[in-house]
Design a protein around this ligand. Structure first.
Ligand code: EPU
Length: 340
């Protein structure tokens, strides 16, 4: 039976973006299958199509003309299992954190450090989400994506995805593919935990857990995130707004002379990563509020919407921060979120 997709007009996108920005979609459709997605992609009536996943990594600064396609594909299945590993395939519209919790319930290791990250499975590879010493690429096996022009389905291996720090093939080639499912390679016990990140160690010792399992690590990550990062359901935000800049060693050494306590991570012999949150805090923005747009009080890298900020107001604040960091430290910080 051929069902016509139900397209609605003039729909507020506020519930569909974690910043909680109230812009309108001229036309809106939610698709629940790949077939439905292909059908709406062929609609000639709407030349401009806007793909919406979990809405957790974007700032909407204006109404969206054309057709917003909300990816609501859900299902997860084990497609292969050995004594050590399991391949789990999850559809793009699965909520990321619920998927992580489900995998931990099954006893599968690998996703515990990535607990409580907002967003959906399908958008996770685009920016190679990462936290507490683990990145998506560490558990990624492959993904399926539809070519928007030809509507053909392609399979991408880890190598094809060209993952980098908050970066991938999909991020560099926007508008070419829509990821419809992701397959993860997860471990069955015993699983090597990644708990070297200082905050995780501290949280585990606070709870006096000596031999942690995957659930303990997940709980520690959840506790750390809850203490620093605002819950988008309570206070609109998009996680880290900027990427941490990577600078040359010489540039860093000069900075360190002036600011001996500057936190940093060595990337290579030539490069050092500096936390943008620290730079922003030094510029005096932490906890500041301008109307309903603000900088979070516990994490200066997170911009927040206190209720009715427009996307433009948040973006103006981001530009001001960017400029001040440039003037003060001669370092360019680049947004991590997609700005529309
Ligand atoms: N810092 C400050 N002031 C601040 C915030 C941070 O001085 O207001 C300092 C901290 O004291 C610490 C350093 O900056 O020494 C790093 O801070 P944190 O551990 O909070 O991590 P981050 O570099 O700010 C990155 C990711 C987060 C991820 C955490 C933990 C990016 C852009 N962000 O933040 O990812 O959760 O590490 O691994 O790489 C996200 O991408 O949305 C996100 C939340």
């Amino acid at each position: 039976m051929d069902k016509k997709p139900s397209i609605q007009q003039n729909v507020s996108l506020k519930p569909y973006n974690t910043f909680g920005i109230d812009v309108k979609a001229a036309n809106f459709v939610s698709v629940v299958s790949v077939e439905e997605l292909k059908n709406v992609l062929q609609l000639k009536k709407f030349p401009h199509k806007f793909i919406l996943g979990g809405g957790s990594n974007m700032l909407l600064t204006k109404n969206v003309d054309g057709l917003v396609i909300h990816l609501n594909l859900t299902k997860k299945e084990i497609i292969e299992e050995t004594n050590d590993h399991v391949l789990v395939k999850a559809q793009a519209g699965e909520n990321w954190h619920e998927f992580v919790l489900w995998s931990l319930e099954q006893g599968f290791g690998g996703l515990e450090n990535l607990s409580l990250i907002p967003g959906n499975v399908g958008t996770a590879p685009i920016q190679n989400i990462g936290a507490y010493g683990v990145e998506l690429k560490d558990v990624f096996y492959s993904c399926e994506a539809i070519d928007i022009q030809t509507l053909e389905t392609a399979t991408f291996t880890k190598e094809d995805c060209k993952f980098g720090y908050r970066d991938s093939y999909f991020k560099r080639n926007k508008g070419q593919y829509i990821i419809t499912s992701v397959t993860f390679k997860l471990s069955k016990a015993p699983h090597t935990l990644n708990i070297s990140y200082g905050a995780i160690e501290a949280e585990l010792s606070k709870k006096e857990i000596e031999n942690p399992g995957i659930k303990d690590v997940s709980n520690a990550v959840i506790a750390i995130r809850q203490s620093k990062l605002p819950d988008p359901k309570v206070l609109g935000n998009s996680g880290s707004f900027f990427k941490n800049p990577v600078i040359g060693v010489q540039e860093f050494e000069k900075l360190q002379e002036k600011h001996p306590t500057i936190p940093h991570y060595i990337v290579s012999n030539e490069e050092v990563k500096v936390p943008a949150g620290w730079l922003i805090e030094q510029c005096g923005f932490k906890g500041k509020r301008f109307g309903d747009a603000g900088v979070h009080k516990n994490q200066a890298l997170v911009l927040v919407n206190y209720g009715n900020a427009t996307g433009e107001e948040i973006w103006d604040l981001a530009l001001r921060i960017q400029q001040k960091v440039k003037e003060t430290f001669q370092i360019e910080i680049e947004p991590e979120v997609n700005v529309y």
